[in-house]
Design a protein around this ligand. Structure first.
Ligand SMILES: Cc1cc2nc3c(=O)[nH]c(=O)nc-3n(C[C@H](O)[C@H](O)[C@H](O)COP(=O)(O)OP(=O)(O)OC[C@H]3O[C@@H](n4cnc5c(N)ncnc54)[C@H](O)[C@@H]3O)c2cc1C
Length: 271
């Protein structure tokens, strides 16, 4: 399938890109791994694409006081293979292996995945789990305020995500990431990421229009002995829809099983 006709601009700086987007019915193009299929399926027909991949200085992974600052144009494959990511955020490293296929990970960018906001995508869920702050050309947005619905974010039309800031995890934090998909590389039917330390954080992917934290289940967790009860509470806290791929009941069941597995792994890692 072919996309509808569009004008194409490849600005050399963020200022030029913002100027090109202003007042236009335009779309930003990064890795193209979500946008181009949507154009080809004629789900979108923007008259202008603004390709940001030639803007220098947006592809990096740097120390940030024990955490990381990641440029929006950093490719999935770079995240997956970064020793810094593996050392500081092993849960993110583990999740990256579930993102699509190698060819897609070679082109897709962290910024593109976060801004696309697919409810079943790993990176928005990991950003929520890790309490990311998202820096744009206008402001810094806590990730908890970023997602507004399926494929809907707080970004304005002419606002570009430039950096993802991940604060350091406390020493000794345990983590777990469990995903169920029909085939390797498919979007998750459901996935669960957790961290345990002074507090437990549980994030579910693929069971809601946006990635979702489960505060009621989190509040029940203090010890390994709580894991089964927390997993049941997690199941009861989600209200997924039935769709072509899975019924709501099946997704709830997955939330319970995956939460139990992820918390068990996290507890052992923390210990
Ligand atoms: C067959 C297939 C399987 C896939 N499987 C998975 C999977 O299992 N898990 C998963 O998470 N993803 C999956 N993906 C999606 C993939 O990860 C994409 O790379 C990613 O979602 C989008 O990143 P991109 O850089 O390609 O963005 P693009 O496709 O270029 O852009 C996506 C959207 O984000 C906007 N955008 C991009 N960058 C910015 C920015 N810096 N600021 C503001 N807006 C921006 C664009 O305007 C567009 O609306 C799959 C894709 C395909 C084709």
């Amino acid at each position: 399938m072919k996309p509808p006709a569009f004008e194409y601009l490849a600005p050399a700086s963020l200022d030029e890109a913002v100027a090109a987007l202003a007042g236009q019915d335009a779309k930003i193009l990064a890795g193209g791994q979500s946008l181009v299929p949507m154009l080809n399926f004629r789900l979108l027909a923007p008259p202008l694409l603004v390709d940001i991949t030639r803007i220098p200085g947006l592809d990096y992974i740097e120390d940030w006081d024990g955490g990381l600052r990641i440029g929006a144009l950093t490719r999935h494959y770079t995240l997956e293979t970064s020793p810094l990511v593996k050392a500081r955020f092993p849960v993110l490293h583990a999740a990256m292996a579930h993102v699509a296929h190698l060819a897609i990970r070679n082109r897709g960018t962290i910024g593109g995945s976060l801004c696309h906001g697919d409810p079943a995508a790993e990176l928005p869920g990991l950003a929520l789990l890790l309490d990311a702050h998202l820096k744009t050309t206008k402001r810094t947005i806590p990730v908890a305020e970023f997602y507004q619905g399926a494929l809907a974010t707080a970004l304005g039309e002419d606002e570009i995500l430039t950096e993802i800031m991940l604060p350091a995890l406390p020493t000794g934090t345990g983590w777990g990431f469990e995903e169920f998909a029909r085939r390797a590389g498919d979007f998750a039917l459901t996935a669960v990421g957790v961290t345990v330390g002074a507090e437990a954080r549980i994030v579910v992917i693929g069971a809601h229009e946006t990635p979702m934290r489960l505060p009621a289940a989190e509040a029940l967790f203090t010890d390994r002995a709580d894991i089964a009860a927390v997993a049941e509470a997690a199941r009861d806290e989600v209200t997924p829809n039935s769709d072509l791929h899975a019924s709501a009941d099946y997704r709830r069941h997955l939330v319970e099983v995956l939460t139990r597995r992820a918390l068990t792994a996290a507890w052992e890692r923390a210990a």
